[in-house]
Design a protein around this ligand. Structure first.
Ligand code: RB5
Length: 146
């Protein structure tokens, strides 16, 4: 199950990516928002991030205007490693090196075509667990959490 959420600025891109997930047969849960009215992204980020953190969802996709605010909010939730990406290379490396469990995209930064490519590649990539230095560093990040 993939957790997804957005604010008003990211909602249209979120709907595009929901269609992509439908076409790939990947189940998801939408934690809001559900209208184009201006709203505050932290509440939606935390709802989706908590679902990833507690294991109800394996990964999460977040959308706001830049991807930045919603990723910052998600990263406050214990166990969340949310990468804000606007290129395919960073998205893949966020999985391979950082084991990112959430991806944030900016609807005012990337178009729908690039966003779909980024999401496809991110979902296909996985942690390079043959390389202990990545696991060690991820462990060091986890140790920073209270
Ligand atoms: C909303 O105007 C915008 O500030 C928000 O979507 C996001 O870009 C914040 O980081």
């Amino acid at each position: 199950m993939i957790a997804i959420a957005s604010d008003h600025a990211g909602r249209v891109l979120k709907l595009d990516i929901m269609k992509l997930l439908d076409s790939l047969g990947l189940p998801y849960e939408d934690f809001g928002c559900h209208s184009d009215d201006s709203c505050d992204y932290p509440q939606f980020a935390v709802a989706a991030a908590t679902a990833v953190s507690d294991g109800r969802c394996e990964r999460g996709l977040l959308f706001c205007g830049t991807g930045i605010g919603i990723s910052i909010a998600a990263n406050k939730v214990k166990g969340i490693r949310c990468a804000c990406c606007s290129d395919v290379y960073s998205a893949i490396l966020s999985r391979e090196h950082n084991d990112a469990n959430m991806l944030a995209l900016g609807a005012r930064v990337v178009g729908a075509g690039l966003a779909e490519k980024i999401v496809r590649e991110w979902l296909s990539a996985s942690i390079d667990d043959k390389n202990p230095r990545h696991l060690k560093r991820i462990g060091q990040i986890a140790a920073l959490e209270c």
